[in-house]
Design a protein. Structure first.
Length: 176
């Protein structure tokens, strides 16, 4: 087990992850972190935090992903008031018939509870995408095929104001 000493609290960026239970949040985060597909049925329960160290910066920076459903807390903006939130990640299942409604709900939810925070809109399960779910302004990804993760990585770092060199192939990044 490795322990990293952070120079200060600014070395950690907090990202709230919103999405339905079947939106593939855990598979998405595990693929982003490890570069390997994990079927939702084989993932042990976790719902709090996944860390990914971002290399190539002046000093180590960690991105903390907090999985959150609107039903978890009645008023999440009050719960997270004590905690800095740097970005909101909205995941929408493109294989679902309710993808557009889910996107509208979570976008409105983020605007209400995380007003001044950048929101990234990500479509998951692109390998099973319904034709009617061709939504603009989404980063289209698939943890099963690995598509879209380099674009997501670059946009995430941009939204967190982390200077970086653009990713070509995220799968070849080192595991942490």
């Amino acid at each position: 087990m490795k322990f990293f000493k952070l120079e200060n609290k600014d070395d950690v960026r907090h990202v709230i992850v919103l999405g339905n239970n079947n939106s593939g949040k855990k598979s998405f985060l595990l693929f982003y972190k490890d570069g390997e597909y994990a079927d939702d049925r084989n993932i042990p329960p976790f719902n709090n935090i996944s860390y990914r160290m971002v290399n190539g910066l002046a000093h180590p920076t960690f991105i903390s992903f907090d999985l959150n459903n609107p039903n978890d807390n009645l008023i999440p903006s009050l719960v997270y008031k004590h905690k800095k939130v740097d970005a909101v990640l909205i995941l929408v299942d493109l294989s679902s018939s309710t993808a557009k409604a889910d996107l509208a709900f979570y976008t409105k939810f983020a605007k209400i509870h995380y007003k001044d925070v950048n929101a990234l809109l990500v479509g998951t399960k692109a390998d099973k995408q319904h034709q009617e779910n061709d939504i603009t302004n989404l980063i289209v990804t698939s943890a099963k095929t690995g598509t879209g993760f380099a674009e997501f990585h670059d946009q995430l770092l941009d939204s967190l104001s982390l200077k970086h060199t653009p990713s070509v192939n995220l799968k070849t990044s080192s595991k942490n």
